[in-house]
Design a protein around this ligand. Sequence first.
Ligand code: ATP
Ligand code: MG
Length: 276
Amino acid sequence: RVNRDDFLNAMEEVQPAFGAAKEELDHVVENGIIHYSTTVEHILRSGKLFVDQVRTSTRTPLVSVLLHGPPGSGKTALAATIAQASQYPFMKLISPDSMVGFSEAQKVASINKVFSDSNKSPLSVIVVDNVERLLDFTPIGPRFSNVVLQTLMVLLSRRPPKGRRLLIIATSSLRPVLTDLGLSEIFDSELRVPPVSSLRAVDQVLEELELFPSGQARREAIRMLEQAGFGSLDAPEDDTSSRLNVGIKKLLSIVEMARQEPDAVAERLTQVLLGL
Ligand code: ATP
Ligand code: MG
């Protein structure tokens, strides 16, 4: 017999299409954003301006932005955070991770579906994550899917139907390749997501993650890093003389690794960073 509880459970299981899409974004932003530099603030603020522009300007129903930077610099997390903060009725992530094993035709169909679904909503944001992987790009050859490329080219530049507005945020670690393919010029705007390159930023990350039991212990660790040649805590944020160059994604995993050795956290941290 089906009772009222079963009915309510079933209702909970039936997620509206928009709600389900939102969960994918939630998953990507799960670990949160550490505000370790003014560049991070700048990217988030610029993202918000695009969100506001699409929401309010009737002249620009389509805005596309490319977030590019080295592997692990935080592109996906930032793109998803900007998208999610928009609170548009339609928010969707297109990710190669969810298309593993797809044929070209299946990829094209699933990308097309997201864009056509977005047409039903007055305001939409679509994150097109890791464009080169969506294109199956390999530097050997080099090879890529021309069918997916053509699909993206059309979708990235097609104005949404009357009364509909769309923000597209794409990410890539291989901007030069996108340029060669004629894709990067399609974007209205670009934001560079740099790696962590200042000790001050590292200090922020260590503080945020509470790797050390006290500020004193953290300062000692930073001093150790200074002595290892990673620049100075007082150096400006855009200091190019620093040998430090690590994506936030990797830095976070290094921190968690160092945490496993409570007796020698600072040493471990320095060692691993020196070995990069
Ligand atoms: P890949 O090149 O492999 O696609 P990516 O550049 O997309 O990597 P993410 O997958 O976004 O990098 O990984 C960044 C990780 O760092 C995420 O887990 C995110 O939660 C975390 N993070 C913490 N602070 C920041 C920040 N300021 N900006 C971006 N990500 C951050
Ligand atoms: Mg990514």
